[in-house]
Design a protein around this ligand. Structure first.
Ligand code: ADP
Length: 387
């Protein structure tokens, strides 16, 4: 294959990209960058290779971001890409792995947009624009839901009438590209533990935890949408459906409730200060402490639920912004899980591991940096190889 593999993770306000050298069949990261403030009149493009910033400029009025990126890659990024792998948050029930993009797939994925309104449309936009610009460029959709498609049915059912399940009202699970990476890394680092019962906690701006047996997901705290489960930066996680009914009866419409639940809740809503754990730790006041206490309480409760799903737990792995960087939050969650036989070693935890559990802890604890883009690169290559 000639040319780099391009990986795109597109959101509402930014398009992040990375390139991988895949000449020898194993993806090797070359550079990364992003186009920020996409919705503004002057989106900002920046790219870094291992040596530092290589381009930093503002896009011209009306300049198409994908066309600009292809042209830039041709000139400065190792040539025209051989293929593009995209993060797509929702693959529905059918996609148990990555899929080559064609018109039928795009139509199918479009139909899932109401289930992930803040992510799916933005994930699909660059795919569509690249198809128009470079129709022969292979594009692969890599889904956050695929990793969870092996759940037992009991884990994915809401206790609602069957007709709703048939419509797709069920638990899907997200953050699968992160968990796939963690499962693969853990199998390399600690194969006998990875063969057992593992809880992986992706604690970033979005937060979830996943129960894995032998590296396969058997349950996840995320549900029908990415609102479910753990307390997040600005999302509430687990919420009595009656609260939503109450808000509607008080006159809030769907758009206002959506804004409240996606942008004003979680750590931000609880603290009234910020959805960022760093700000709350620095603040240290009563409301910041309460927000962090609720975050920790709910995470520990979720670990117990996931341990029950597996009949016990052999290892816990922390990942993503909070999970990788905050010894305080890891220690607070572990303290609430002491009854499971989980105890941390303070020095190992302060050093961010990778092993953070105390010698003799019944449950092993690890910190493993996640790498969703590397998962996308691997998955994209696997689809190209199977063509
Ligand atoms: P995303 O889900 O957007 O990829 P990240 O995984 O980068 O987000 O996580 C972002 C969050 O990680 C921030 O909002 C912040 O709360 C948290 N975080 C990052 N660094 C630290 C740190 N050193 N200590 C505590 N929390 C941190």
């Amino acid at each position: 294959m000639s040319g780099p593999l391009l990986v795109i993770n597109a959101g509402s306000s930014s398009l992040k990209f990375e390139t991988f050298d895949v000449a020898d069949g194993t993806p090797r990261r070359v550079l990364r960058g992003q186009i920020e403030r996409l919705a503004s009149a002057a989106p900002h493009f920046v790219a870094h290779d291992a040596g530092g910033v290589i381009t930093d400029r503002v896009l011209g009025a009306g300049e198409d971001p994908e066309a600009m990126l292809l042209a830039w890659l041709g000139e400065h990024g190792g040539g025209a890409p051989c293929a593009v792998g995209h993060r797509v948050v929702h693959g529905g029930v059918r996609h148990t792995g990555p899929a080559l993009v064609d018109d039928a797939l795009l139509t199918e994925l479009d139909a899932l947009s109401p289930l992930a309104p803040l992510h799916q449309p933005h994930n699909l936009e660059p795919i569509r624009r690249l198809r128009a610009q470079a129709p022969d460029l292979p594009q692969v959709a890599c889904f956050d839901t695929s990793f969870h498609r092996g759940h037992p049915e009991v884990a994915d059912r809401f206790a609602l009438p069957e007709a709703l399940f048939a419509q797709g009202v069920r638990r899907y699970g997200f953050h699968g590209l992160s968990y796939a990476w963690i499962a693969a890394r853990f199998a390399e680092m600690a194969p006998s533990l990875a063969a057992g019962r593992v809880i992986a906690a992706h604690l970033g701006s979005g937060c979830s935890a996943c129960a894995m047996i032998g590296g396969r997901s058997v349950d996840s705290t995320m549900g029908f949408t990415a609102l479910e489960g753990l307390v997040m930066g600005t999302r509430p996680g687990q919420l009595d459906a009656g609260v939503v009914l109450y808000l509607m009866q008080q006159g809030m419409d769907a758009a206002a409730i959506e804004h409240l639940l996606y942008h004003e809740s979680g750590l931000k809503g609880l603290s009234g200060i910020s959805g960022d754990v760093r700000d709350l730790l620095a603040d240290g006041g009563a409301r910041a402490r309460l927000a962090l206490d609720v975050f920790v309480y709910r995470a520990a409760g979720a670990f117990a639920t996931l341990a029950a799903a597996m009949g016990g737990v052999d290892a816990v792995i922390f990942t993503a912004g909070i999970g990788e960087n905050s010894p305080d939050i890891r220690a607070a969650i572990a303290a609430r899980c002491a009854w499971l036989g989980f105890s941390l070693d303070a020095a190992r935890n302060a050093a961010h591991g990778p092993l953070i559990s105390a010698t003799g802890s019944k449950v092993a604890g690890y910190v493993i940096p996640t790498d969703e883009e590397a998962t996308i690169a691997r998955e994209t290559l696997s689809v190209l190889a199977a063509r």
